[in-house]
Design a protein around this ligand. Sequence first.
Ligand code: KIV
Ligand code: NA
Length: 283
Amino acid sequence: ARPVTLATLRGKHRRGEPITMVTAYDYSSAVHVDSAGIDLILVGDSAAMVAHGHDNTLPISLDLMLEHCRAVVRGAPRPLIVGDLPFGSYESSPAQAVESAVRLVKQGGVDVVKMEGGAPSRVSAAKAIVEAGIAVMGHVGLTPQAISALGGFRAQGKTVDSALKVVEAALALQDAGCFAVVLECVPAPVAAAATTALQIPTIGIGAGPLCSGQVLVYHDLLGMFQSPAHSKVTPKFCKQFANVGAVISKALTEYREEVEARSFPDAIYTPYKMSSADADAFA
Ligand code: KIV
Ligand code: NA
């Protein structure tokens, strides 16, 4: 078993220590997140947007998610790894949900799975996955896979009725056996109410400070996308803890300029030598 387990998370939650989660999609991002001491890696279906350039999370397939999961598992031996069930892989029936969750664990190598939504059919699916022996993280509030029905990426829980729905969905997922619930884009009092009502940890994103833990998308928190063309993918709740995109652009531009000026590679970066005898004979 890896160093971070469900027991580790339960201990943190019991002691009131914040739980940390970040997404990763490939080997290098997994190495970075692991070495920063983050508790949980989410192999999120946000890969569809930040790794594959789609406008929303709907297009990514389970097969592609499995490839992302395998790469992340190779790079991150320490954190608990959460595999996101993609759109279309669990909505039809609890049996379909179990089958997809089993693939994420067996073929993707993740420790636990995450699924969106708190409607009764989703709660049944979560329960079936837990009964199959796989731990499930719920996800309520803004559930991006429901963008069609929600009419866009919109905050949830802004009215009393909607707020109650969010808290009730989280409670139903807890009753189904989920070990934690993501609360996405809800007002802070709604997240606080859910966190108080639940015995399991809440992991917030755009949900204010009163959750048991926080999650952000790797590319968003690193400031990977700096150009105006990509600004649409960095949501307003996301603090950019760095401007990695600007660092990358500067490095790539300098590389291009040095190659074009023939100043790279110079002698330092030309390491392979012939003996002078061979060089003479070859010339
Ligand atoms: O896919 C993802 O990145 C997520 C987080 C936003 C929670 O589901
Ligand atoms: Na997701």
